[in-house]
Design a binder for this molecule. Structure first.
Ligand code: ADP
Length: 580
């Protein structure tokens, strides 16, 4: 987490630093363009008037005024001419001075601030022009108090300089223009004094400290009036160039750029706000930071989501393992229980055998006695040549043997130890074989048997299930012997707990409470001696239990219903192919 925050901050900081430097370069480029454009505009405006004093000085009326300075008429002509020139060129003033610096005529001759009669010998531009050169000078007007740029040219009479014509140009308009463009500009003269600037508090001050000579010169020439200029920065600093540098002016930070105005010796300076590139860089850094933070947040969310899924999968795997383990334990336990159960069943069978021994001896002793009697009688009949009676006895002997054989056969079922081999069996087939087996008795008894919904498959042993069903049907037929309406219904349906229930419903007398209590006990029978052994239901119960199912008897008033609950087999499972 800490590392993430640290790297995020680092990236944001680097972005800021990089974009700040880009923004600074951008500012420098645009600053340079501005500086060059402003310098050009200024130079063009000034140069436009460079030749004006020469042109004006060449006028005849001015030479006349110089030659005849006492002549009022000639001076008046000169005044009017200068006034005309000033109006046509829109300069502030145009005026003529004699060689001593006395103003002979001026465009503002008829105004209170007229220059006429004033001496400007002390002005450097006059001195320069007097010596035959072009004089240039920016100064605050000694008469008007208005600042202006002065350009002066010599006026020759013959080969000698006889006077000077000076033009005063208004440069203040530039300040307004710069302000309108929202620029912070200052122009310093060759001495370093800021004379044109958008900042009123900077005017006639210097950017860096001025030398003593310059200070005294300024107080002599009164170039910018009084007092002596103060400095904005009290130590030397970088010269203005196209290269942008940071500069603190009066406690305010600026980005400083500029250039020299060739020919004038002035410096044009541009002061821009360092907050702008900073703000741009900050905006980009913020966007990048926010973007990265969102990205991080998103990846954190994705990571968390994936982890949750992985956790869920892991827990599912774990659960599957637990389930598998549990199933294994259940299987082990089941097999343990099955073994125990088998043993219990075996024990029960042995106990049953004890019970049965008594029953069997009773059941078998009767037919055995009968057998002895019948066989004795049969031999006597044979001795008497009574073949018919001998035959009858022998048939009866055969029947008794068959009966005893069936008792023994049923006992075998009890004695078997190996568990029933269970397999998927189709109910339809089991029921139809059962009906086939029972058909002779059904017909003889005149019973109607209806089967419906016999479908699907169960797990079991088909032969033994048939045995159970035959038992049930036979009991029902027996139960309805005394009545005329003999009707049995066989049905099958799935139960709520996923088993298959096969039911046999009759319309007989039903089951009394006493009968219900002993129904499944071996040798319990209500049938007359010789008709029932009372083993049918006891056997059926044992058989169904071996198939993993159960049997129940319900008194339905009228009639009785026997339900067999068995394990179902999904018919679609390939390994559980039903026997057809
Ligand atoms: P058995 O048929 O030899 O008597 P079972 O065990 O099959 O032996 O039956 C026991 C007894 O249960 C029968 O004797 C009879 O009293 C009673 N019983 C069985 N089925 C029915 C039935 N459908 N209706 C009435 N009683 C029945």
């Amino acid at each position: 987490m800490l590392i993430t925050v640290a790297s995020l901050s680092l990236v944001v900081w680097l972005t800021y630093a990089w974009f700040h430097s880009v923004a600074l370069q951008d500012s420098e480029r645009s600053g340079k363009t501005i500086v060059q454009r402003l310098a050009n505009e200024l130079l063009i405006s000034v140069e436009k008037f460079e030749h004006l004093p020469y042109l004006v000085g060449a006028e005849h009326v001015l030479s006349q005024a110089l030659m005849f300075p006492q002549d009022r008429q000639r001076l008046a002509d000169a005044n009017r001419y200068l006034e005309f020139a000033q109006k046509r060129t829109s300069v502030m003033a145009v005026y003529l001075m004699d060689i001593e610096g006395n103003t002979l005529a001026s465009s503002n001759w008829n105004q209170p601030s007229s220059f006429v009669g004033r001496n400007y010998r002390f002005r450097p531009y006059f001195q320069t022009a007097r010596h035959g050169e072009t004089g240039r000078f920016y100064a605050v007007g000694a008469t008007t108090g208005e600042p202006g740029y002065f350009i002066a040219a010599p006026v020759n009479l013959g080969k000698h300089v006889a006077g000077v014509v000076a033009v005063k140009i208004d440069l203040n308009v530039f300040e307004d223009r710069w302000r309108a463009q929202d620029l912070r500009i200052a122009i310093s003269d060759e001495k370093g004094v800021l004379f044109l600037t958008t900042e009123n508090t900077w005017r006639y001050r210097s950017l860096y400290p001025l030398s003593k000579q310059v200070v005294s010169l300024l107080s002599q020439t009164l170039q910018y009036g009084q007092p002596t200029p103060m400095t904005l920065i009290n130590h030397e600093g970088p010269k203005p160039s196209h290269r942008m540098v940071s500069l603190n002016v009066d406690g305010t930070p600026y980005l400083f750029q500029g250039q020299t105005l060739d020919g004038l010796g002035w410096q044009l300076m541009l002061f821009s706000d360092p907050a702008a590139p900073k703000a741009r860089a900050l905006l980009v850094a913020e966007l990048v930071g926010m973007g990265m933070a969102s990205l991080l947040l998103l990846s954190a969310l994705i990571w968390q989501y994936r982890r949750r899924i992985a956790e869920r999968q892991a827990s599912m795997r774990e659960r599957a393992l637990v389930v598998a383990e549990l199933e294994q334990r259940i299987a082990n336990r089941t097999s343990e229980l099955t073994t125990a159960n088998d043993a219990a069943v075996q024990t029960a069978k042995l106990a049953l055998l004890g019970q049965m021994a008594a029953g069997i001896s009773h059941e078998l002793s009767q037919p055995l006695t009968a057998l002895r009697t019948l066989s004795n009688n049969a031999s006597q009949f044979l001795e008497r040549h009574d073949a018919d009676n001998a035959h009858r006895n022998l048939r009866l002997i055969g029947e008794l043997c068959a009966r005893m054989g069936s008792i023994v056969a049923e006992l075998k079922t009890f004695a078997r130890k190996e568990p029933a081999r269970l397999q998927p069996i189709a109910l339809k087939n089991v029921v139809s074989s059962t009906l086939m087996l029972i058909e002779p008795i059904r017909q003889a008894s005149g019973t109607q048997v209806v089967s419906s919904g016999i479908d699907g498959h169960v797990l079991g042993d088909p032969i033994r299930l048939e045995q159970v069903l035959v038992n049930l049907l036979r009991n029902s037929i027996d139960a309805m012997q005394a009545q005329t309406n003999r009707h049995i219904e066989i049905g099958a349906h799935s139960t709520a707990d996923g088993l298959v229930c096969i039911s046999v419903q009759d319309q007989g007398p039903g089951l009394s409470e006493d009968v219900q209590q002993h129904l499944f006990e071996p040798f319990f029978t209500t049938k007359p001696s010789g008709q029932g052994l009372g083993l049918g239901l006891a056997l059926s119960k044992a058989i169904i239990r071996e198939m993993g199912g159960r049997i129940e008897a319900v008194n339905t008033c009228p009639g009785a219903r026997f339900n067999l609950f068995l394990q179902p087999v999904p018919a679609t499972k390939p390994h559980a192919r039903p026997t057809d």
